[in-house]
Design a protein. Structure first.
Length: 655
């Protein structure tokens, strides 16, 4: 392995950073390693406001079902809003919202608190109580942020669903969590195109029995006619706007669930990842403080949708817990032009910019072909730090982002983490870590990460293996909603000792620096533009097109823009189609998958064959399909295949 090019910490960060230099990092990491409970207890008392102090930092007696800060009580909404207002900072801007059409609205902490209380009072009036589950099916908006905080305020458990998800996806989540109320909007706008969210909710509620849902609360954004069911459907105008703007917070135990966020698994059934209030909020605040080197003057913009964990942690809970000004944006980076991101940074003086490698890769193509929309034509001097998350960023995209957006003067932080980890676990720190293009460098203090083999034994640096975290930390997901056994088997497998958290990604450490580089997923979960979905989930959607499909298998292949692309191998009920007919059927299947799951799940490649490559015992040989998808020569042994000629069919007919 060649020696990496190191970008040294910037002098102004070393002098002013919240963590200053490698010695500071090493000392804090050693403290966290030697006495993890004391480290996290200190941070919890430093960063969070407690109604009742906790007695014990960590209870690991029922590992891997760890408990943190037992006997403590707090409220996430109070920590994100009230305490700043009570400290005299209520006039500070909390949110800067820019709509898809360019309209801008700002809310102070006092105003956001008032709006949150109004929604909380409406929820209570509609029968929502502590522990009830509330679905939020909204685009990035002030109403979405306030609704999340309103749920936290009264002890309800929120679950945000990405606005691009389909009717079936919404229905599955309603049933799994037994949601009592759904908050949605008549429409959302993305790229100048409306999506009728309320209509999707209505369709979802017709797919099967949903007795748990008592009300649908709708934000009315347009004058278009939206259907409402008497007794069930209510609007913000009639139920939220008349409410009082004061609502006492409900104090909850540290382990009280703050939210459920659904992510896909290899078995096809979405997993409701459950996060606890205190532990999650602490890590959100601490990583915002140290990774983003938070300053009170910052304007932080995390471009992720609130339907994903990045939007939860770094567009809401982390920055607002610290009292930051947060930029939120409804639209997409290419509408009405591909300079929209740079225009927003220039207009609102964004200082910390956090986005996805997929967005950067897309903008490289567009900006280099249309130089009028290139970052060099915008004033990005307000930026002091740039970062990315969602999937590994290739070195070429890293360099472009670093040079053209960061101007070669802003640290570029390639962060690694997951829905299950709650916040960043591997990340450079400005003022501390020399940067390497394509590497997420070192563990965040308090995260005991390493690379092991399949028996749990640590492998030498330079040898690829499984990424694990050996010790618990407060933000670790507590369980999978309603399925503790699946949680244990998925993340703490017995072959690794039952106490190591298995990230599901492979990694390798540099022999010289010890830096981590993520090598990709080790299971059957696809990562498309930072959105994780199970192969079985996409396969099930394809096979549900019963008029056409007899069988399907799905694998991933590297993609320059999205990180990973979905490739489907399909066996039709009829004869294998000719090329022109194959194009027509492929479009039909893509549209069907988009309807069943969402547009992000549409296969990029669809190949047709008379059968799938199977062993004589009936097992699909997915490793061969991966080779075909990647257009690699097949060097594996195929002697066990029932019909080797199938491989040639899939290699020749691709749409």
């Amino acid at each position: 392995m060649s020696a990496p090019t190191l970008y040294q910490p910037y002098a102004h960060f070393v002098k002013q950073a919240n963590l200053r230099g490698l010695e500071d990092y090493q000392a804090i990491s050693q403290w966290a390693q030697e006495n993890s409970a004391d480290f996290w207890a200190f941070q919890a008392n430093r960063l969070l406001s407690w109604q009742r102090p906790f007695a014990t930092a960590l209870n690991d007696s029922q590992a891997p079902f760890f408990k943190w800060f037992e006997e403590g009580q707090l409220n996430a909404s109070f920590n994100c809003l009230d305490r700043h207002v009570l400290a005299g900072r209520g006039g500070k801007t909390a949110l800067i919202f820019e709509a898809d059409n360019g309209q801008v609205k700002k809310l102070t902490y006092t105003q956001l608190l008032a709006k949150t209380c109004q929604i909380a009072n409406a929820l209570k009036q509609l029968g929502v109580e502590k522990g009830d589950r509330v679905i939020i099916y909204l685009s990035v908006s002030i109403e979405a942020i306030a609704s999340m905080l309103a749920c936290a305020r009264i002890g309800a458990i929120h679950s945000v669903i990405f606005g691009g998800f389909s009717t079936t996806s919404v229905y599955d989540r309603i049933v799994d969590m037994q949601a009592k109320l759904i908050i949605t909007a008549d429409v959302q706008m993305r790229g100048g195109k409306p999506t009728k969210l309320k209509a999707i909710v209505d369709e979802a509620l017709l797919l099967g029995p949903c007795p748990s849902v008592k009300h649908v609360l709708t934000v009315e954004r347009t004058s278009d006619t939206t259907s409402y069911q008497a007794g069930r459907d209510v609007t913000f105008k009639e139920w939220v706007e008349p409410q009082k703007d004061q609502c006492d917070p409900v104090w909850v135990d540290s382990e009280h669930p703050l939210f459920l966020l659904y992510t896909s698994g290899s078995t096809g059934k979405p997993k409701g990842i459950q996060h606890a209030t205190a532990g999650y909020l602490l890590h959100a605040a601490l990583t915002t403080d140290w990774t983003f080197d938070y300053k009170p003057s910052d304007i932080i913009w995390t471009t992720a949708d609130i339907g994903w964990i990045t939007g939860h942690t770094y567009a809401l809970y982390g920055p607002l817990c610290l009292g930051s000004t947060q930029m939120i944006f409804e639209g997409i980076p290419t509408y009405p032009h591909s300079g929209r991101f740079w225009e927003i940074i220039q207009r609102h003086k964004v200082s910390v910019f956090y986005t996805a490698p997929t967005a950067i890769r897309s903008l490289i193509k567009l900006n280099e072909s249309n130089l009028d929309e290139h970052p060099k034509n915008y004033d990005l001097s307000s930026l002091r730090l740039i970062a990315c998350a969602g999937e590994p960023i290739n070195p070429a995209a890293w360099e472009w982002f670093y040079q053209h957006v960061g101007g070669g003067r802003c640290p570029l932080l390639d962060t690694f983490w997951q829905t299950e980890t709650g916040g960043q676990v591997l990340t450079p720190l400005p003022g501390v870590t020399p940067l390497v293009a394509g590497s997420c460098t070192l563990p965040f203090p308090g995260i005991d990460a390493c690379v092991v083999d399949e028996t749990g034994a640590e492998v030498p640096h330079g040898v690829a293996g499984l990424l694990v975290i050996k010790k618990p930390w407060p933000a670790l997901a507590r369980t999978i909603w309603g399925d503790a056994e699946r949680y244990k088997n998925s993340y703490f497998p017995d072959n690794l000792g039952g106490t190591y958290y298995l990230a599901g990604d492979g990694a390798v450490r540099d022999p010289a620096t010890g830096y981590f580089t993520i090598t990709g997923r080790i299971d059957d979960v696809l990562n498309v533009s930072g959105h994780r979905m199970g192969t079985m989930e996409v396969e099930s959607a394809l096979v549900s097109c019963t008029d056409w499909v007899a069988e399907a298998a799905v694998v991933g292949r590297p993609d320059e823009t999205t990180g990973e692309a979905i490739c489907a191998f399909v066996v039709l009920k009829g004869a294998r189609p000719e090329p022109q007919e194959a194009e027509r059927i492929a479009k039909l299947l893509r549209d069907h998958v988009g309807k069943m799951i969402g547009p992000i799940a549409k296969p990029k490649d669809i190949r047709f064959g008379d059968n799938l490559p199977k062993t004589r015992s009936g097992k699909i040989m997915r490793r061969l399909l991966r080779s075909i998808a990647r257009e690699e020569p097949i060097t594996q042994d195929i002697s066990t295949l029932e019909n080797p000629a199938i491989l040639q069919q899939f290699q020749t007919l691709r749409t």
